[in-house]
Design a protein around this ligand. Sequence first.
Ligand code: SF4
Length: 411
Amino acid sequence: MPASHGTASPGDGTPPGDAVATHCPYCALQCAQTLTRTPADALLPVVVAGRQFPTNRGGLCQKGWTSAEVLRAKDRITTPLIRTADGGFREAGWDEALDLIATRLAALQTQYGKDAVAIFGGGGLTNEKAYALGKFARVVLGTRFIDYNGRFCMSSAAAASNRSLGLDRGLGFPLADLAGADAVLVVGSNMGVTMPPFVQHLAGVRERGGLVVVDPRETVTARLTHDDKGIHLAPVPGTDLVVLLALAHVVIAEGLTDGTYLERRTTGLDEVRRSVASWWPERAEAVCGIPADELRRTARLLAAASPSRGGRGAYILTGRGLEQMSQGTAGVTAAINLALLLGLVGTPGSGFGPVTGQGNGQGGREHGQKSDQAPRLPDDHGPRRTCPRRRRVGRGPRHPAGSGRPGHATA
Ligand code: SF4
């Protein structure tokens, strides 16, 4: 994880001369970069350097510090290409290409109707581009069909957050806050590979032996728990939900919940009690393969880290490994319920959050790329941008992994 690459130096956010302060385009960590223009005969048009920022603290991963290389990739398309009669392409100017697109779209809509044209965006677009794309679809084309890859990517996390918290968000706290926690539970994310600069924020919790990683594989992230830095729980693939239900079971059964928080800030506790009642650790062990004692140890570790029991704080983080199972929404709901049982959500130094993947997955849906979620458009969950005081514990399926049918990974 080099701090810089090239000739520019990480600075304080105010690059000199012809340098531009920006951010890596690739993933949600949005590491800060400085791009410095190079002489015309240089191999690359810019050099990339890490820049101080709370998420990356000057570091970049390989994707970030090689990001300028695509600018000179041999197969990079730098001019519009128009399909020819023989199936190939010919180069064209922008005016010709744009005229062709407009003419063809208009002809299609005239012949088949407005919905004959669909728009598909992506989580790599900035807020402004996402908003413009949504406007283009709804106002210019008048089509109902606009969507983006983020619908699938984080749909389970969004659905679970909406129904439990009334709000769909990524992390609801500064990433740097993780450093102060006594425990961090990571379910279904391998950030040690996917966003390596993230790992530095786990240094504090590792020092205190509080990193818990749930992953069937011994990933780079799971190995961060080695040497008494935490606990690696390796469930049978597809049974992460059972692990979370068992942890909630232990928290309730051993009286480790934050009763005051639950009373004041949540509803639906009885539903959760019923939904986890049958997932005592020994039964869970039979399904997920994790020893009952390990499940109990993990639940107690999380509870001890909770502010209500005198700890510095605890976080529960989910990733696509949990979310993209057939029961992903139930899985994230169970993770949120566990966080609520411990009084973590909305408590300083603690919290729940899905670790976003793409550079702007959240902004993509907030700004109009989902057909059902335009900016300022009410949805099934009530007016947007309201933050209910009471979080809903529960609403997960009562027997989500019962009858020997645990969730199955779909991606
Ligand atoms: S961790 Fe993500 S944002 Fe940071 S350099 Fe790598 S790809 Fe870019």
